[in-house]
Design a protein around this ligand. Structure first.
Ligand SMILES: [Zn+2]
Length: 301
């Protein structure tokens, strides 16, 4: 049974809002909310699902955008960590692990999501105390790897740590273009912050197959970070076994079995081995929830 709970903190004004029916509170809050807020859509409220004693509870939380000082501080943090706007709603509270999957593996998938969330959350809470120097989140696309990695990065930068988000493909493009003499950025200007930031999130590793030289640069970044004991969070759609995908049916009706690349196929054996040494691997085995509900629910990174 889903019930609505209002969580309102601090001031008397907010306690007053919390006693109002949701619609009335929303009407008062909406003008304070940022109209284009990606988290609440301008309503001033965002809902998260959590498991209470009595089952699933949908909680309405005041969105940070209704508190301008906090909003500005958060925006500045996300901005300086280069976290893209469409991932700014990604925190641990909004990572759902009781998804209405269908089929015989639904429970196993949700267990896998829960376990992954538990481990990444624990890593973020214990940082910098824990022994892990990295996390490698592996799994098919749409299961929420980026969501969890961003949640960890965001939690750390909010606690005052220094961190950067980089999309693997974009970073390689930047590295490759820094070769160009007319480009404004020199190679070290590009690499230095990536190598030296305290926490690096490298998203979608293996998404492109770069030149041998660019791969060597990725190896250099990872080795330097490993040697300097800096934490790297990585996500990838590629598994260690080549993933046997659904057979492709040709126009002729003939069906072709297809095997996806493994991670080592995409980044080379040397980088794969380095990742083994520096990361705890968390494999998420779940269906592509984003594809299942593409037009029916919130975007799931
Ligand atoms: Zn908002």
């Amino acid at each position: 049974m889903t019930q609505l709970v209002l969580l309102v903190r601090n001031s008397a004004a907010l306690r007053f809002l919390g006693r109002l029916p949701v619609r009335a509170a929303a009407a008062i809050l909406a003008p304070m909310a940022r109209a284009d807020c990606p988290e609440c859509g301008g309503t001033g409220w965002k809902t998260v699902e959590s498991r209470g004693a009595g089952g699933a509870v949908r909680e309405a939380l005041l969105c940070a955008c209704t508190r301008p000082a906090e909003r500005d501080r958060e925006d500045a943090l996300y901005e300086s960590a280069r976290i893209p706007k469409h991932y700014r709603h990604c925190d641990f509270a909004s990572f759902e692990t009781d998804l209405p999957h269908e089929g015989p593996r639904a429970d196993a998938w949700n267990r896998s999501l829960k376990e992954a969330k538990l481990q990444v959350d624990k890593f973020a809470r214990e940082y910098p105390g824990g022994s892990e120097r990295g996390l490698l989140l592996m799994g098919p696309c749409g299961v929420g790897k980026t969501h969890l990695a961003v949640a960890a990065l965001a939690a750390l930068v909010k606690r005052g740590h220094d961190g950067l988000f980089h999309d693997y493909r974009e970073l390689l493009k930047t590295i490759q273009s820094s070769y160009n003499p007319v480009s404004q950025t020199s190679e070290m200007d590009v690499l230095d912050p990536v190598v030296k930031t305290e926490v690096l999130l490298l998203d979608d590793v293996g998404a492109s197959k770069p030149s041998a030289w660019a791969l060597e640069t990725v190896g250099y970044i990872l080795n330097s970070r490993y040697n300097d004991n800096r934490v790297t969070l990585l996500t990838t759609n590629y598994l260690d076994r080549g993933d046997p995908a659904a057979p492709v049916r040709m126009p002729s009706g003939q069906s072709l079995a297809r095997v996806e690349d493994s991670l080592a196929d995409r980044v080379g054996q040397r980088i794969r081995s380095r990742l083994y040494e520096m990361c705890r691997t968390i494999e998420i085995d779940a269906s592509d929830y984003r594809r299942e509900i593409r037009h029916a629910g919130p975007y799931r990174a």
